[in-house]
Design a protein around this ligand. Structure first.
Ligand SMILES: Cc1ncc(COP(=O)(O)O)c(C=O)c1O
Length: 439
């Protein structure tokens, strides 16, 4: 393992995503190795991973079972197109995934990332309504503070201003519901008591734009990237009701909440509300290989497929890497680990201990709110005069103290792998307290 700090000129060529490149390259944080709950940086220091990378390595890092499945697949069938051709593996993968998706969402389209999954789902929603003779339904509803990836559709759905600002007007037929963060819910644990009525914003959109113009409503069951903002008790149920009443498709974007983060396979199951379409990615392969997926109700698939004339192509959409055999192999190995080690149940069992530890930090003056459900916690930090500055400083200070926490603006998002032991939670909590008390 190298212990040398690379020369700044060696870092010139790679333009890092969502990064302050100039600042980073002056003092880089480079990971060179990972195993289980830990990273090692280029200076040989061990870093506890409190955010499962980017909420994606739910089974811990460098799982040999996935390495083996991927290696074997690369040696057997490295790639096949999935346009008018396929490998048996993608069918096995879809069937397997459909065993854990919410009831009825058992038709699976594969993409290469969460952003691709979101943009694919927008097109599925449009194609579905058109196939039904409802082609005037072209408007989408999202929410303030939403994050739905970075493709043009997902950018239009975004409720985070910095993710929209530089990119023009993009897809314009999108309206945003209010977010569900309310001051009176500060420090509530689990789903907050106040705010179910915010769901009625969707009714106002129906009244404003017309009852048969909206194609779909996009919801992250827990708004992850913005800092784990929870749905108030009754909120998701009310959104479901309004969608049903007005023929609007409900899309749950479970890119972060999927695969055990909330104690069940999907947040939809934890919260008892079933969408019509669901997007997922990240922990689908434990992040070993990029992959995304869209699960849709059978009726949506049937409607689109059956209206296409003469056995022709039904849906003019797909990616070179849709159903990539190596990604499918990684996914199957990952789902085996989740099942054999009962990691979703493990997360559910560990959750009270994890939440106790995180809420024990609420006496620290810099923490202005904590939100937690399952193995996902959002923490707000008192901002400086410049929004986002405190979050950035905290992320760096934690890293120096041996902890990786993803921050967005002035929020920290803590989501350890589901293999975490209580001792890892204790260490994570100790480092947070030590760093945050002096910041
Ligand atoms: C809810 C949600 N949707 C979509 C995405 C985009 O996924 P990706 O970064 O794999 O494109 C993310 C990423 O964090 C996400 O949290």
């Amino acid at each position: 393992m190298s212990t040398d700090t690379p020369a700044i000129s060696d870092l010139d060529h790679h333009w890092l995503p969502f990064t302050a490149n100039r600042d980073f390259k002056r003092d880089p944080r480079l990971m060179v190795k990972a195993e289980g709950m830990y990273y090692w940086n280029h200076q040989g220091e061990r870093i506890l991973d409190a955010s499962s990378g980017l909420f994606c390595c739910a089974a811990g890092h460098c799982r040999p079972e996935i390495t083996q499945a991927v290696t074997q697949q690369l040696q057997t069938l490295d790639y096949t197109p999935h346009f008018q051709l396929a490998s048996p593996l993608s069918f096995t993968a879809a069937q397997r995934l459909a065993q854990i998706t919410p009831t009825g969402l058992d038709r699976i389209f594969f993409s290469a990332s969460g952003s691709d999954a979101v943009d694919t789902s927008l097109k599925i929603a449009l194609a579905y309504h058109r196939a039904k003779g409802d082609g005037q339904r072209t408007r989408f509803i999202s929410r303030e503070r939403a994050y739905h990836g970075v493709n043009m559709g997902g950018t239009a759905l975004s409720g985070l201003v910095n993710n929209r600002l530089a990119f023009g007007s993009g897809m314009t037929a999108v309206a945003h519901l209010r977010h569900t963060w309310l001051p009176e819910n500060r420090f509530s644990r689990g789903l907050p008591a106040n705010g179910a009525e915010l769901a009625d914003d969707l009714l106002r959109m129906v009244q404003l734009y017309g009852k048969d113009t909206i194609a779909a409503c996009y919801i992250e069951p827990i708004a992850g990237s913005t800092g784990a903002v929870m749905p108030p008790v009754g909120y998701l149920e009310r959104i479901r009701e309004i969608c049903d009443e007005y023929g609007i498709l409900l899309v749950f974007d479970e890119v972060i909440t999927g695969f055990g983060r909330t104690g069940k396979a999907f947040a939809s199951q934890s919260f008892g509300v079933t969408p019509d379409i669901m997007t997922m990615a990240k922990a689908i392969t434990n992040a070993a290989i990029p992959m995304g997926a869209i699960a849709v109700k059978r009726e949506i698939y049937d409607t689109i497929v059956e209206q296409a004339p003469n056995d022709g192509v039904e849906f003019f959409h797909g990616y070179t890497y849709s159903g990539h055999p190596v990604a499918c192999a990684a996914m199957l190995a990952t789902l085996d680990i989740y099942e054999q080690e009962q990691l979703f149940e493990r997360g559910e069992t560990l959750s009270p201990y994890f939440l106790d530890a995180m809420y024990s930090l609420q006496d620290l003056p810099v923490i202005t709110d904590i939100r937690g459900y399952g193995m996902l916690v959002g923490m707000d930090f008192a901002p400086t005069a410049k929004a986002g500055e405190r979050g950035g400083l905290i992320q760096k200070a934690l890293f120096k103290a041996g902890l990786h926490v993803k921050t967005t603006g002035d929020a920290g998002i803590i989501a350890p792998a589901l293999i975490a032991e209580r001792a890892h939670i204790d260490t994570l909590c100790d480092i947070l307290r030590t760093v945050l008390k002096d910041i």
